[in-house]
Write a new protein. Sequence first.
Length: 113
Amino acid sequence: MVSRIKKLLENLQLSPSAFADSIGVQRSSLSHILSERNKPSLDFILKVLQQYPEVDLYWLITGTNDSRISQPKAEYSTPPPGKEKYSRQPEAEDIERIVVLKTNGTFQVYNKS
C-alpha cells in the first residue's frame, strides 16, 4: 500500500507534508506510514477517500483496478472481479432503516414506518 500512496502523491504533485495537511493527519503519521514503520489505519484511508473521492478504494487497498485518478467516478461503482455474485438490490420489505452519514460527522436515521 505504501507504493500506491507514494504513487498518489506523485499523481497529485504533492509533497508528503502537503498531503498530510490536506487530509488532516499529522505529518509524522504519514512519515511513519511512508517509511513502513506503521501501517495505514482505516481512519487514514477514509480521510484520503474523503479528501480525494476520485481515488479508487480497491486500488488503494489492494492494488487492483488500476484506474487511479484519471477515470470518471462512475467507473468505480463496479465491484471487484469475483464479487458480483454477492451483490443484490434489496427489496422494499427488506429495508428496516436507512442511516445517512454526513461529512460533518453527524448522521440521520430513517426508520421504516
